[in-house]
Design a protein around this ligand. Sequence first.
Ligand code: NBP
Length: 469
Amino acid sequence: MNADIGLIGLAVMGENLVLNMESRGFKVAVYNRTVEVVEKFENGRGKGKNFVFAKSLPEFVNSLAKPRKAQIMVKAGGPVDAVIEQLLPLFEPGDIIIDGGNSLWTDTQRREKACKEKGIHFFGVGISGGEEGALKGPSIMPGGSKEGWQALAPIYQKIAAVAEGQPCCLHMGPDGAGHYVKMAHNGIEYGDMQLICEAYAILEAALNPSAEEFAQIFSEWNKGELDSFLIEITSKIFTKKDPDTGKPVVDIVLDKAGQKGTGKWTVGHAVEMGVPLSVIGSAVEARILSSLKDERVAASAILHGPTTKPYEGDRAKLIEAVRDALYASKIMSYAQGMVQLGKASELYNWGLNFGEIASIWRGGCIIRARFLNRITDAYRSNPGLKNLMLDPFFAEILQRTQANWRVAVQTAISYGIATPAFSAALGYFDSYRTASLPANLLQAQRDYFGAHTYERVDKPGVFHYDWYS
Ligand code: NBP
């Protein structure tokens, strides 16, 4: 009974996480439903290391030091409930069950409540960084009781990535807070990826750079404000050649994007709470549209875009404009994501700390980026910041980049290139900074057909006009 922690589910993520834990000095018990997987690990990557290779759940539970800590790392949904059900009769009050998968936050809330009734702490822990991050140091977003966190912090803060000397793991709040923050992180990841793809699409349509030139453009961008994991891997993608054809790999990959669901959850809940999440929404829809490959191919023979000429302007200036548009649009995406987190925090009384959230995304995770330091600073200096665009640092960037942002979107429009996320980001900026929107006409329409009433600009009260007289 001396394993510091146990983990159930030795698939890609689980295996790498336990190797990470063991490498930091922890003794880890491991178990997997299909026991052969444990045996394979015992004779493979886990051989000779400080693990308890449990072949049954009772053996696994009995090997854990008290209070027992068991992390579930199985497929989200029913499998998590199945494992909890098997663990509960073997656990005692004070023990801790952790779900480290991508679970829906409402499932986590339900599970936390059920475990609490039995005196057991339940933690929903978001883990980002893919298999590489799991092994070398991910960004970790834990949600659960303060008391349980005291017991878990020494382990999770030691296996997490480190950014600016700080572990990328802080207690997010109670019950579903950690899984919610992870979900919002995934939504932002969708936005970042789509924005990069749109930058690529505009440049390709207007300038048709070679793969080597694209690699150079992205690698240059990665040296400045856009410095991030996703820009870095994008520059590397353009350098890879397909061994069969000798063509750039990017040119032989089919343009049909997949998705696992966290983007849809993020957008769905934002809409439910009345939070605009147009950049991430466009990114989710862009993946859906991309998946309609056959329909798009058929439509391309019927519906034609504008007749275009080779770009006649300055190439370097257009590249700069697209870079600025990407940066400004990215700021909009994070601004919307942070507003969503704020609204969810109010709704569930989580007390989320946005400076801390931005700080733990600076390392280990897919959206890690230099500008997260600035977001951290923005919320640290003004925890009540209503919208990231109002922070003086970001307001200045938006002022400085907006002319180029418009050039990039105009160029896309003139070439008939779809840039839904760039356009949605600009639309959000223009709407948010506008004192008078055309919603006066909208209210008049609502009042006309449905007697929904309206307010006036010149006096208080609620009014209805007799439109049909
Ligand atoms: P998978 O999501 O592919 O799940 C496979 C694991 O689930 C196996 O260990 C399997 O056991 C176990 N399992 C299943 Br399926 N049904 C079970 C059941 N009813 N009872 C017990 N065990 C069951 O693994 P993964 O890709 O490592 O991801 C784990 C979690 O981490 C997921 O929630 C995922 O969304 C999340 N995540 C993944 C990544 C990533 O990059 N892959 C990144 C971040 C988070 P078996 O061997 O007996 O079939």
